[in-house]
Design a protein around this ligand. Structure first.
Ligand SMILES: Cc1ncc(COP(=O)(O)O)c(C=O)c1O
Length: 384
């Protein structure tokens, strides 16, 4: 069969300025990285707490390879389960304050495998319009009626729930929104869910290890308990993998029904060990304290430069608007030695292009002030 259509499709993607290319970094996810022989300030990593290069995290990963080898060798329900996984799940449950937890091989797998296991024909899912793609795909897989609600609009949720004749009802939201850095109104969502007997699921990919008095995430921040706590091990927890924390029956059900858990090889031992040690460090040292100091300094610099900043967290988008300006602004920052990503549709809606900047606990004052100087120049040049 001819595959000519591929080159046509690719040409169309390129003509719209939406072509994506891999960029190759030759160092770890540290505040200063090397690319194409040049040094850059890394201002877009999800290694928010800097734990991916923490000596204890690296050591535990290496030791796990010495003991268990490099790969899991099977899915969790076949030969892939060792005491490493059991202890990580116990640790996550204890950290999140839930009865149990289940680990998946990525956050994406956790979302698609959980939503599709819990919801089906005749059920209703209410999903925030800015939710992550893995939530959207989980909703599609479930075959439930999906209602996408305007961003953080609890009145809309209540209206839909009141009118619903569906069997089960699920409200699903990012805790911290991945491209905007704002926080879901979880107390109001839980209140309305209780009134209409709906389940609440929160994706804490960007909140785990960072938000709340104990850095447990969005529930901890607001002092409320969602029914289903999803998170990833790939961001502040410096590894790979995803998890669901909740009551024992929920986790037991997912172990039995969730296809992305059952039919995928378990995470490799160094991933499991790294995440486990990262949780220990978060509980012992609270590295998020330094991250919040950096957020305050950076945000003040941006506001002083005239940016309108809506973010409440370490994810701080600089809105650029159309795709052309987004690409040009990202390229200019690259020239000035700042490693960032221009974010275009379909990741964000048309006309809402942005440079997604993120802070790390390991950024120094010097890193932040150099980044701000470059950003000011780009703001002036492109009238942002
Ligand atoms: C909100 C959100 N949920 C889920 C995921 C998926 O997590 P992972 O990268 O571990 O697959 C991400 C990360 O890209 C995310 O931003």
């Amino acid at each position: 069969m001819s595959m000519d259509w591929l080159s046509n499709e690719l040409a169309e993607i390129k003509s719209k300025g939406l072509y994506r290319e891999l960029r190759t970094i030759k160092t770890a996810q540290t505040p200063r990285i090397k690319k194409d022989g040049r040094e850059y300030i890394l201002l877009s990593s999800n290694n928010y707490l800097g734990l991916a290069t923490h000596p204890e995290v690296k050591r535990s990963s290496i030791e796990s390879i010495e003991k268990y080898g490099s790969g899991a060798g099977g899915s969790r329900l076949t030969t892939g389960n060792t005491d490493l996984y059991d202890s990580l799940e116990e640790k996550i449950a204890d950290f999140k304050g839930t009865e149990d937890a289940i680990v998946f091989s990525s956050g994406y797998m956790a979302n698609i495998g959980t939503i599709s296991a819990l919801m089906t024909n005749g059920d209703m899912i209410l999903s925030d319009e800015l939710n992550h793609a893995s939530i959207i795909d989980g909703c599609r897989l479930s075959r439930a009626d999906v209602k996408v609600f305007p961003h953080r609009d609890v009145t809309y949720i209540a209206k839909e729930l009141r009118a619903s004749k569906n069997n089960k009802k699920l409200i699903v939201t990012d805790g911290v929104f991945s491209m905007d850095g704002d926080i879901a109104p979880l107390p109001e969502i839980i209140e309305v869910a209780e009134k209409f007997d709906a389940i609440v699921m929160v994706d804490d990919a960007h909140a785990t290890g960072i938000l709340g008095e104990h850095c447990r995430g969005t529930g901890d921040y607001f002092n409320v308990e969602p029914d289903i706590n999803m998170g990833t091990l790939s961001k502040a927890l410096a590894s790979s993998g995803g998890y669901i924390a909740g009551n024992s029956e929920l986790i037991d059900y997912l172990r039995n029904i969730s296809r992305s858990f059952i039919f995928s090889t378990a995470l490799s031992p160094p991933d499991v060990a790294a995440a486990s040690t990262a949780i220990d460090i978060i509980r012992k040292e609270n590295p998020a304290r330094k991250l919040w100091e950096n957020i305050a300094i950076y945000k003040k610099g941006l506001i002083d430069a005239g940016f309108d900043i809506q973010s409440e967290t370490q994810i701080i988008p600089l809105i650029t608007g159309d795709t052309e300006t987004t690409l040009k602004a990202a390229l200019e920052l690259d020239k000035l030695g700042i490693f960032v990503q221009g974010i275009r549709p379909p990741t964000v809606p048309e006309g809402k292009g942005r440079i997604r900047t993120t802070l790390m606990a390991t950024h120094s004052r010097q890193d932040i002030s150099e980044a701000l100087i470059a950003i000011r120049k780009v703001k002036e040049k492109f009238n942002l």
